[in-house]
Write a protein that binds this ligand. Structure first.
Ligand code: FES
Length: 379
């Protein structure tokens, strides 16, 4: 047609060397593919969360998004079998005089299939009722072969000594969940809420932690053993998956946790209690928790007294440690009541979870402007 605009995106000799690449067609980012001597061109912006399709990989005839692996046909833009109506714009391509030309107007427009949101993604709202205390035990042990755990004993005692409200104990080892795959490392916007793994994997049970922490608890009491001077591996596996809670502060200034209080129980054979506590305090502060006065109780045998054969009995029989754990949960509950009964946590929290500034900066601005222009040109 006479009014068609074809944009020269480069030389065939150069572009044919890569299966997938991102090219610019005016303002639009386009995923240009090359397979069996034929070029294909679809939008470079994924239907899911805007991932860069032009930086993905080609699997058969489908471009796989590098962020969370949605697939789109490299020529038609249609989603993978079963999701054909989840379609990204597709462009005509032609080769002329050794150059690749892409029609500036997509022949197929974007169509997003409705995906029911994951229930965990609902807006957090505290339902009326008594104070709720969630215990998270992060020690590991073999199912069917339980052992005595000093941290879990003290946590269990704290929950039983709460004196009011509702309590729940979540043993993180009982949950089957995947390790964080570092979507944040690809792009802050690739780390979504709810977590992309939760959205894509119905068997992943991290949603139980999200439900408890974001939607249910007023008090979050975390118990960990000390392993090589740090909190347990299970603790770290859990909090890496909670990056998506903190990341909402980073990318959306959205506070999923308000008026929640955290406390910690830390026990170990060797020392390093203060470093473990410091790390835990730092993380839970960054997701928006408050703390009571003296927010942790701890115990360790120490470098020169690592007589672990006596350690279990010592903790089991220690009145002081049990009283300390009970007092901790009561301080947490008292603090939670203060938080709930005031408006301290209401309103915007400027720079919450960040370092007093917006996520930088020119690159983000450039990307959002480009996305805006692109959306205009596609529709
Ligand atoms: S799969 Fe593309 S942005 Fe999530």
């Amino acid at each position: 047609m006479a009014d068609e605009i074809w944009v020269d995106v480069g030389a065939v000799a150069e572009l044919a060397g890569r299966a997938v690449q991102m090219v610019r067609v005016h303002q639009a980012r386009v995923a240009l593919t090359h397979k069996d001597g034929e070029f294909g061109a679809i939008s470079g912006v994924c239907n899911h969360a805007g991932g860069p399709l032009g930086h993905g990989m080609l699997e058969g005839d489908f471009v796989t998004c590098p962020w969370h692996y949605w697939k789109f046909h490299r020529v038609t833009g249609a989603g993978e079998p079963g999701f054909e109506d989840d379609q990204v714009p597709a462009y005509d391509v032609r080769v002329e005089n050794g150059r690749v030309l892409v029609n500036a107007t997509p022949r197929i427009k974007r169509h997003k299939r409705y995906h029911a949101p994951h229930p965990v993604g609902r807006a957090p709202k505290r339902e009326p009722g008594p104070i709720r205390v969630l215990g998270l035990s992060t020690t590991a042990m073999t199912a069917g072969h339980p052992r005595y755990s000093t941290s879990e004993d003290l946590l269990d005692h704290a929950l039983r000594s709460c004196g009011e409200g509702e309590t729940r104990l979540l043993k993180v080892r009982d949950l089957s969940f995947r390790a964080c795959e570092g979507f944040y490392s690809k792009s802050a916007h690739a780390c979504t809420w709810p977590c992309s793994i939760t959205q894509m994997d119905p068997d992943d049970q991290m949603d139980r932690v999200y439900e408890g922490v974001v939607h249910w608890a007023d008090v979050i009491l975390v118990a960990t053993p000390i392993r090589w001077g740090a909190a347990s591996g299970l603790y770290y596996k859990m909090i890496e998956r909670m990056n998506c809670i903190q990341n909402q502060e980073t990318i959306a200034n959205r506070h999923l946790l308000r008026n929640k209080v955290a406390g910690f129980i830390i026990t170990g054979g060797q020392d390093n209690v203060q470093a473990v506590a410091g790390q835990m305090l730092g993380f839970f502060a960054e997701i928006g928790c408050q703390f009571p006065q003296f927010p942790y109780v701890a115990h360790s045998r120490g470098w020169s007294a690592e007589d672990m054969e006596n350690n279990e009995r010592y903790v089991m029989e220690s009145k002081a440690l049990h009283e300390g754990a009970a007092a901790l949960v009561r301080r947490c509950v008292a603090m939670a009541k203060v938080m709930i009964e005031t408006t301290l946590g209401e309103g915007a929290l400027v720079g919450g979870g960040r370092k007093g500034h917006e996520l930088d900066t020119r690159a983000q601005l450039h990307m959002s402007r480009a996305a805006g222009r692109e959306n205009q040109s596609e529709t």
